[in-house]
Write a protein that binds this ligand. Structure first.
Ligand code: ADP
Ligand code: ADP
Length: 223
């Protein structure tokens, strides 16, 4: 079964005028286990909206969201929150790390919240930081790290609780081209080593071409 499946998703926003803006007009998608799919679209095309629906942060007006073979569309709030925690890791353009904690602590904290032991959480944090090449920065706070290092730590945090699906919204959008390249390489290492499935929105066509498959979102659908 696919790790993530979207079936005929529709989503509109009401901007206060009687006319609704239809952002998604029948989006369907299957991401297989271990598959990395890129989503390319101009700004405003609905990438963030789609990622938020796929990650159970927002609801579609119509259509179904299926994660790991389970239909999550009609879950109540509590089960939805749990499903999100168990299934999905998010990465944004900005790292959103907690400034008062070290890199390692930022990766340990969500694991403790999910019931993992301190020792196991620390072991996993170290391992993830090594994969992305910032093991030597484990004891630094975010402010002491470069932009690329901060973002790599944020990737590790997104994977801390072993989600099955990674959803990334312009993960290198904030970085200069050279740093983007390194950071994207680290992200791919992380995805391949953990066998994760991923849906990665990017403006960068070169990066998009290096994924297993590339989709283009236009006029509310995949072309
Ligand atoms: P992208 O991520 O591709 O830039 P978004 O999903 O953020 O696109 O936005 C798509 C469209 O939906 C835009 O026109 C945006 O203004 C609108 N939109 C997004 N979120 C909201 C919201 N919460 N309320 C109203 N309109 C929204
Ligand atoms: P964007 O990539 O659209 O610019 P940001 O990088 O500012 O967005 O990330 C903030 C986004 O996180 C908001 O759009 C918000 O909807 C989303 N969000 C809401 N709840 C959560 C959550 N529990 N975990 C992660 N992100 C969340």
């Amino acid at each position: 079964e696919p790790a993530l499946e979207l079936r005929d998703i529709h989503k509109g926003y009401n901007h206060g005028t009687p006319k609704e803006v239809q952002v998604l007009r029948g989006v369907s998608l299957r991401v297989a286990q271990g598959e990395v799919v890129s989503m390319v679209a101009p700004s405003g095309a609905g990438k963030s909206t789609l990622l938020h629906i796929a990650g159970l942060l927002d609801s579609a007006d119509e259509g179904r969201v299926i994660l790991g073979g389970e239909d999550m569309t009609d879950l109540g709030d509590r089960r939805r929150t749990r499903a999100r925690r168990d299934h999905v890791g998010f990465i944004y353009q900005f790292h959103h790390l907690l400034p008062e904690f070290t890199a390692e602590e930022n990766i340990i904290l969500p694991q403790l919240a999910a019931g993992t032991s301190q020792a196991e959480a620390a072991r996993r944090a170290r391992n993830l930081l090594e994969i992305v090449g910032v093991g030597h920065r484990a004891d630094h706070r975010p402010s002491a790290l470069s932009g690329g290092e901060q973002q790599r730590v944020a990737f590790c945090r997104a994977l801390a609780n072993e989600p099955r699906v990674l959803l990334a919204d312009e993960p290198t959008g904030n970085l200069d081209p050279g740093t983007s390249e390194t950071v994207f390489g680290a992200l791919m290492d992380l995805v391949r080593e953990t066998g994760l499935s991923a849906l990665i929105a990017t403006h960068n066509l070169e990066l998009a071409a290096r994924m297993d498959r590339s989709l283009r979102l236009t006029e509310g659908r995949f072309a």
